[in-house]
Design a protein around this ligand. Structure first.
Ligand SMILES: O=C(O)CCC(=O)C(=O)O
Length: 389
């Protein structure tokens, strides 16, 4: 595991009078996280079912760390792709060109593609953005004077910008996990990168992701789906997502009350997701989670992609966070699922010896996809139809 002890000290120092409390919180959380019985390789029984102990631990805690999912070759592929993608970023939130003055990767996008923040800021906390689900503002430490004025925190619709992320999206074992949790006709949700550079990476205030089904009479722990969080550089107590285990089962949480009870944003019982490069976390979208600004020395980039149970989205009025609110019809879901079809073929082209995942909604309708230049055009702005619930 990454040794984050220097980062923990450095991070705590940003918290002034509360430095000691922050250091103790980070250390205790890291220790508790490593004591949980919710990590190990992805494992299926002969019947193709996810190993029951994994399913039980995921259900108990609301997250599970799948270790060593992405091998070194694929990790390198992602790293190189992301390195290139960075050179295509606009120079700032208002810019349409990259550092070389060329059109930025999102210059012609109609959909929202980049969420920016001031360095070490918390752009969503305490605002009405995203349906006000980030109820409190996290402490925003002072970044170094030479930090850039704005830093990218979230890149949305990532599959149209990174072939490597597209290929990882079709990782056969991860899609088999999705099938186990949500059934063979599981539906997509959205895809994003979370970018947390050391010394500048912004916070994502405590929140639960779901917005539409809290009062649904059929409410259950899986009704708002889950995200896979593939870690490119690993994840630590300082730069990682923190979660409050078990909160995915209790309904909508009053976060302000929890903060008042804790006396600070250091929520009681929370643990960081601590893991190595190449690990992939499954994280329930109802789980209370968030991340502190990255005041440490290690970077984190999460390749995020989520899936839903089809019945959670079919006929549902979208939550309007990741896309304009509309009722999700079978046609919209099928069209949005082309990302899965293109990804499976893109992966097949790169890893011809691997057995590709077979997605039942395409098999049963005899639908096939080829990843080529036409397909690339077809994926442009695909995230306008993210199945946001
Ligand atoms: O990666 C992070 O810091 C936050 C992730 C998150 O909030 C999410 O995936 O919903």
């Amino acid at each position: 595991m990454i040794d984050a002890s220097c980062s923990i000290k450095a991070c705590a120092a940003f918290y002034g009078d509360e430095a000691d409390a922050m250091e103790a919180y980070l250390k205790a959380g890291e220790k508790r996280a490593l004591e949980l019985d919710n990590r190990g390789p992805i494992s299926f029984g002969e019947d193709g079912k996810l190993c029951p102990s994994i399913r039980e631990a995921y259900s108990k805690y609301g997250f599970y760390v799948f270790e060593n999912v992405i091998d070194d070759e694929e990790l390198k592929d992602i790293e190189e792709d992301l390195k290139h993608l960075r050179t295509q970023f606009p120079t700032g939130p208002e810019s349409l060109t990259n550092a070389k003055g060329e059109p930025a990767m999102n210059a012609e996008s109609k959909s929202l593609t980049l969420v920016w923040s001031k360095p070490l800021g918390d752009p969503l906390g305490g605002t009405e953005l995203a349906n006000g689900r980030h109820q409190i503002k996290m402490f925003e430490p002072e970044a170094a004077t030479d930090a850039p004025p704005a830093v990218p925190l979230i890149l949305l619709g990532s599959l149209q910008f990174s072939d490597a992320c597209l290929r990882t999206y079709a990782h056969p074992e991860l899609l088999k996990v999705a099938e186990n949790i949500h059934g063979k006709d599981f539906a997509p949700f959205n895809e994003a990168l979370f970018i947390k550079e050391p010394g500048i990476g912004a916070a994502v205030s405590w929140h639960q992701d779901g917005v539409t089904h809290w009062d649904n009479p059929d409410f259950d722990e899986d009704i708002h789906g889950f995200n896979f969080m593939v870690q490119v550089y690993g994840s630590t107590a300082v730069n990682g997502v923190w979660v409050v285990p078990g909160t995915h089962k209790v309904g909508k949480i009053d976060i302000k009350e929890l903060v008042a009870e804790a006396g600070s944003e250091r929520l009681e019982g929370a643990v960081p997701i601590v893991c190595n490069p190449g690990d992939a976390i499954i994280c329930n979208r109802q789980l209370l989670h968030g991340s502190f600004p990255n005041c440490g020395y290690e970077q984190r980039v999460t390749v995020n992609f989520g899936f839903h149970r089809r019945s959670s989205v079919l006929g549902t009025q979208g939550g309007g966070i990741h896309s304009e609110s509309q009722v999700f019809t079978e046609e919209i879901i099928q069209r949005r699922a082309r990302s899965i079809g293109y990804a499976i073929d893109a992966r097949k082209q790169k890893y011809p010896l691997e057995t590709p995942y077979s997605y039942e909604p395409f098999e049963s309708t005899n639908t096939s996809f080829v990843w080529n230049e036409e397909a690339r055009k077809d994926l442009k702005d695909y995230n306008l139809e993210d199945l946001s619930i």
